[in-house]
Design a protein around this ligand. Structure first.
Ligand code: CMP
Length: 143
């Protein structure tokens, strides 16, 4: 079954949006198979965001994502990678539609509430970066 990596960023955690965001994915019908509140080290941040290394905002991005706790999650379900991205909305909250997470809660492109994997390859890479296999709980979805 398809899995994706989602992470509520420091602004989302600070603003008490964990429950609200988790509820959206639960109600949609996806299954939570791993979650933890954690601080990201500088090394993990740089590895996670390695594809943005040459961008002018890279330092700012690493500094921001390590500035406070994040809530890292693995969600499972049919088409979860693409659907989760639709539910999050565009990266820049100013362009994200109302009804999406970033459209409803975000203001700036840096503090955009949530991160989600953009492809099966990045989902696999990001899940492995943040979670050990034994931290993921495989259980039958009965409904
Ligand atoms: P995310 O999905 O976590 O992946 C990369 C992040 O870079 C993105 O969300 C944004 O938060 C961030 N980002 C993109 N463009 C900018 C920018 N111009 N300034 C600061 N951060 C940015």
């Amino acid at each position: 079954m398809e899995r994706t990596f989602l992470m509520i960023k420091p602004d989302g955690v600070q603003r008490n949006l964990i429950g609200e965001i988790v509820a959206r994915f639960e109600r949609k019908g996806f299954q939570l198979v791993g979650a933890k509140l954690m601080r990201i080290s500088k090394e993990l941040a740089e590895t996670h965001y390695a594809e943005h290394k040459e961008r002018p905002f890279f330092r700012e991005l690493v500094s921001y994502i390590t500035s406070g706790p994040v809530f890292a999650m693995v969600w499972q379900g049919e088409g979860v990678i693409e659907t989760a991205r639709q539910m999050m909305g565009k990266t820049n909250p100013k362009e994200a539609l109302p009804g999406t997470i970033r459209g409803d809660y975000g203001i700036s492109v840096g503090k955009n509430v949530i991160h989600g994997s953009d492809s099966p390859e990045s989902a696999e890479r990001e899940i492995a970066l943040f979670f050990k296999e034994e931290e993921l709980v495989d259980y039958p979805k009965t409904i």
